[in-house]
Design a protein around this ligand. Structure first.
Ligand code: MSP
Length: 513
């Protein structure tokens, strides 16, 4: 089945930090693994450029919103290159293709009877671009800690309140819709608490997609932003291939799960079904009868990941402890960053970034375990037998790494996938030590020694395949040293002969300061 994977689109109110890199790399790992296994996958990322938060940032920099958005969006686009992402498209919500789509989407909601005009009176947090109920405030602030402002303005509303029972039924029918399951429960309890109609337009500022035929109204930035997942596909005629007939996964941070798991499905269903039709049915019956259509309209899964703190503290601009991904890329290289973020913390849980953990983990797993295994195996072989290796030797399998790894990646258990990889590499190192091929050479048992090393090279081949989605350039280097064709993974799984080259250091070791 075709697959679609998306990162959130990033607000351009600020330059990229580790949290943005994290979400994007998570998508890339998935996309790379699918591609490597010859599965058709489409990966979208981009920037979210409208709304009051962005408008305010532009003003504070004395720039027009357009100038400002172009500049910051370019920085995010460059980051996709520097993170070594394989995204197929980069959507900007200020692009014409997006604006036209968002307006058409609005018109569908309107035609289907889901929108009415009203007056909004209540709290708004610009930082979160979210409306809050008085009852949700804690010490006069949003539950996220963001400051709130009082708003009174004419607005259009979306009949979200209707969707409570309906969404609960969808969740029952799609038990894997929200992952991890703790997040699923959170969303269910939020929806069970009752949904209020949602304010979906603003008049008090201008920087947004204009509401069709309604002077002065711009769309609420979340309605505009969420439609990016479709506008990008639609602009390339790919909606049928990667949405309606695909497995679609949104990876998002836990802070924006509600928008994706509640608002977005409601919008999607409302764009398809008329209010009057749905209203006249019992939600559970309607969902069951239309389940195939509903599945094709909604994302298949929304995976919410946790947040990184920095040395135990919440990351924030005001605390001045924002982690710039470039500081790590420049010092340690992108592969180590990609590895660390997923080896250190279970994907889905919160994690703490700490430079000494970064160094000790990457030293231990990458330099001392995998890198060292490759070096000593190839060097010993080349010194005694030259560069060509006969790989037709009985297989030593600790366990079936490739298939276990596949299951783990497909279920976003990245941490588990990397634990398997390291366990496998440790097994190969132990096998090396136990069989002591260097002594076998000394004792003149050349064939035995060659066999042991070929068996380890076979394991290293599997290691290089599994390392590919996490550390793509290092995995490629590994393959080059072993004489494997990294562009054709199928050709290397049962390779009969290797033409190796002299290995260079794969992963540098660093001292912990
Ligand atoms: N523009 C919205 C998303 C719209 S998607 C239709 C947005 N943008 S954001 O730039 O503020 O955040 C993007 C992502 O970065 C979110 O998934 C968020 O969870 C993630 N992170 C921001 N800070 C983070 C950490 N400290 N740690 C991990 N991820 C965090 O929200």
């Amino acid at each position: 089945m075709n697959q679609y994977i998306t990162s959130p689109i990033y607000y351009v109110n600020d330059i990229p930090h580790i949290g943005h890199a994290y979400t994007s790399i998570a998508c890339d790992i998935y996309a790379r693994w699918q591609t490597l296994n010859k599965r058709d996958v489409y990966f979208l990322t981009g920037t979210d450029e409208h709304g009051q938060k962005v408008e305010k940032s532009a003003i504070s920099k004395n720039q027009t919103p357009t100038e400002y958005c172009d500049k910051v969006s370019n920085i995010f686009n460059q980051l996709t290159v520097d993170l070594n992402l394989t995204n197929n498209d980069f959507i900007r919500t200020t692009q014409e293709r997006h604006k036209v789509f968002a307006q058409n989407f609005w018109s569908k909601l309107e035609t289907n009877g889901w929108i009415y005009k009203g007056y909004y009176k209540g709290w708004y947090a610009v930082r979160d671009e979210a409306f809050y109920d008085e009852s949700e405030l804690i010490d006069g602030k949003a539950p996220t800690g963001a400051p709130v402002e009082w708003r009174e303005e004419e607005s259009y509303f979306f009949k979200l309140s209707f969707f409570g029972e309906f969404l609960l039924e969808v969740f029952r029918l799609m038990p894997d819709f929200i992952k991890p399951s703790t997040r699923f429960n959170e969303v269910v309890s939020f929806v069970s608490g009752g949904l209020k109609d949602l304010c979906i337009s603003r008049t008090s500022f201008k920087w947004g997609v204009e509401v069709p035929h309604a002077d002065n109204h711009v769309m609420y930035v979340w309605l505009d932003a969420l439609t990016n997942y479709l506008s990008a596909l639609e602009s390339k005629n790919l909606t049928s291939k990667y949405w309606l007939n695909a497995k679609k996964t949104h990876i998002v941070g836990k802070d924006i799960l509600r928008f994706h798991a509640v608002y977005w499905p409601a919008f999607l269903l409302a764009a398809e079904f008329e209010y009057s039709t749905i209203q006249s049915h019992i939600p559970s019956e309607f969902c069951k009868q239309n389940f195939d259509t509903i599945k094709s309209l909604l994302p298949t899964q929304i995976f919410a990941h946790g947040w990184w703190t920095n040395e135990g503290q919440k990351i924030s601009k005001s605390l001045g402890n924002v982690i710039n991904p470039y500081d790590l890329i420049n010092q340690f290289g992108i592969d180590k960053l990609r590895y660390f973020l997923f080896a250190e913390v279970v994907f889905g849980s919160d994690g703490d970034f700490n430079i000494s953990s970064f160094i000790s983990r990457t030293n231990a797993d990458l330099a001392n375990n995998i890198g060292n295994l490759l070096q000593r195996t190839l060097k010993l072989y080349q010194k005694n037998c030259g560069f060509e290796v006969d790989m037709q030797v009985p297989e030593i399998e600790a366990f079936d790494l490739l298939s276990k790894f596949d299951v783990a990646i497909n279920t976003f258990q990245y941490h588990e996938a990397l634990s398997l990889l390291i366990k496998y590499s440790s097994f190969a190192n132990e096998f090396f030590d136990k069989n002591a091929p260097w002594s076998l050479f000394k004792e003149g048992k050349v064939n035995e020694a060659k066999q042991v090393l070929a068996q380890i090279l076979k394991m290293l081949t599997n290691i290089s395949i599994c390392l590919t989605p996490f550390c793509p350039s290092s995995a490629e280097k590994m393959m080059v040293f072993m004489g494997l064709d990294h562009t054709n993974i199928a050709s290397i799984i049962n390779i009969k002969r290797l033409k190796t080259t002299e290995p260079q250091v794969l992963f540098e070791r660093y001292a912990i300061k």
